[in-house]
Design a protein around this ligand. Structure first.
Ligand SMILES: [Zn+2]
Length: 457
């Protein structure tokens, strides 16, 4: 990229960054909502429920008055907003699926907003046609307040610079040169995820040092890659926190990330539909954020027995309210009270997509949890080996392949160990193979393919 094009790109990034900063922090409810959230986080369970009921009644009334789909639905089913008197009354609504949303399309969009003042994002990922989702500007401002409270919990201050290894496109896949962008408005250093390789590690770490970055926000696989490569080169970079999202965070990866950055990893889960928000606290527990939406955890049976699917109602996106939306992700619930002192409900783990499974030649199905365990064990054993990263792919009904990027010490003995490891973990009716590759295959969004990943934009 030439000097003029680089300058133009930098100007665009900064202009957009300052605009975003003004939108999110200066012209909206930021200060007021932040104060509210700093108080409500220590409310007891009953107080939180009454906040939820009030927000639920507001969104249901708004949906009834301005959203064609809900007005028709409630009239057909014979109830109105005044019938929502308790949180349990939400069950008067049927569960909404991605398919319903695709079929009804614009009938879910509130007539109160001018389309010019709404933002549209597309989701749907790898599973078919993209789904347009609308957001009003105020909901974007509220979202930022919830994100900021999560950063507070992680000990990251409002003005701390943050590096990001996520979805942002920094340069084309075949471009070289400077593979990061600094956005002075939001104080964010965007590192290119799709270019992440051993060759760029020094450049990324140098940039993070130069910009005095205090936190890293990344896909777990990307943060792990960077951390592992840094440790292999003898590099460390102390940060306040690493925040991960969008893929299942594996304990073995978390350990390596914490070592390289000498801080704790905070993991979070959000949905592009803006209905549910879950993140870890200082004690490492995953909490469902109750002021964000009403999250129902519904038990599933079959291969994923023991898990619950997330069905959620968002409180803040008035442009496209979704009531009892089935996100399609699985979690394992957890009971008890957290030592952090908050009464927010907890979950044990985020599993990810419900459709994730392996079917063996004999028809045996391994569900998301089983695969997660296999992956966790294989990856845990592998992180002691001279391997930079790896992914496991079911290539045929009877064949599982492990592709890996080896460090220079990787030899024939390591390969034998790796095969043994796979044979120890994968059902014996399946064949296994290992394949050394130079670079991981990536999706266009820069996320590594793995069994357990979910979408978040
Ligand atoms: Zn907690």
């Amino acid at each position: 990229m030439g000097a003029v094009a680089t300058l133009k790109r930098d100007l665009q990034v900064n202009w957009k960054g300052f605009y975003t900063r003004i939108l999110k922090r200066h012209i909206g409810p930021f200060n007021q909502r932040q104060r509210w959230l700093s108080q409500t986080q220590y409310f007891g369970a009953d107080e939180l429920k009454s906040i939820q009921l009030e927000l639920l009644q507001t969104i249901v009334r708004h949906a009834y008055e301005t959203v064609p789909y809900y007005r028709d639905y409630m009239k057909r089913e014979g109830f109105g907003p005044e019938d929502i008197q308790r949180l349990e009354d939400i069950r008067r609504f049927a569960i909404l699926t991605k398919q319903d949303l695709k079929e009804a399309g614009s009938a879910f969009v509130s007539t109160r907003f001018n389309p010019r003042f709404m933002r549209t994002v597309h989701t749907g990922g790898t599973t078919g046609t993209p789904l347009p989702l609308r957001r009003d500007l105020r909901s974007i401002q509220h979202e930022h307040c919830f994100v900021r409270r999560q950063f507070d919990w992680a000990g990251v201050d409002l003005d701390d610079r943050c590096a990001l290894l996520t979805w942002r496109r920094v340069a084309g896949a075949n471009e070289h040169g400077r593979l990061y962008l600094y956005d002075a408005g939001m104080r964010e250093l965007h590192l290119s995820t799709i270019h992440l390789s051993l060759e760029v590690v020094d450049m990324y770490v140098d940039a993070m040092r130069r910009y005095e970055v205090r936190a890293l926000q990344a896909y777990p696989s990307a943060a792990y890659f960077l951390a592992k490569a840094m440790l292999a080169k003898g590099l460390r970079l102390p940060l306040k926190a690493v925040l991960t999202t969008s893929e299942t965070l594996i304990a073995a990866h978390k350990q390596v990330i914490e070592e390289a950055f000498d801080c704790r990893v905070f993991d979070y889960y959000g949905s592009a539909e803006r209905v549910c928000y879950i993140h870890t606290c200082e004690e490492g527990s995953y909490h469902i954020v109750p002021e964000y939406g009403l999250t129902e955890l519904l038990a599933v049976d079959g291969p994923n027995e023991g898990c619950c699917r997330i069905v959620a109602t968002g409180f803040w996106n008035m442009a496209m309210p979704l009531i009892r939306y089935d996100i399609g992700d699985l979690v394992v619930p957890r009971s008890g009270i957290c030592a952090c002192g908050r009464s927010f409900p907890m979950i044990e783990r985020i599993i990810g997509r419900e459709g994730t499974y392996i079917r063996t030649p004999s028809g045996r199905i391994l569900g998301a949890m089983a695969i997660e365990y296999i992956l966790a064990r294989v990856l845990y054993a592998m992180y002691k080996m001279p391997i930079l990263e790896a992914q496991i792919i079911q290539e045929r009904d009877d064949l599982v392949a492990l592709e890996y990027v080896g460090l220079s010490e990787f030899n024939a003995e390591s390969e034998r160990q790796l095969l043994k490891l796979l044979r120890d973990e994968i059902p014996s009716e399946m064949q296994v193979c290992v394949r050394r590759i130079e670079k991981m295959k990536q999706t266009t969004a820069g996320k590594y393919l793995s069994f357990a990943c979910y979408e978040h934009h």
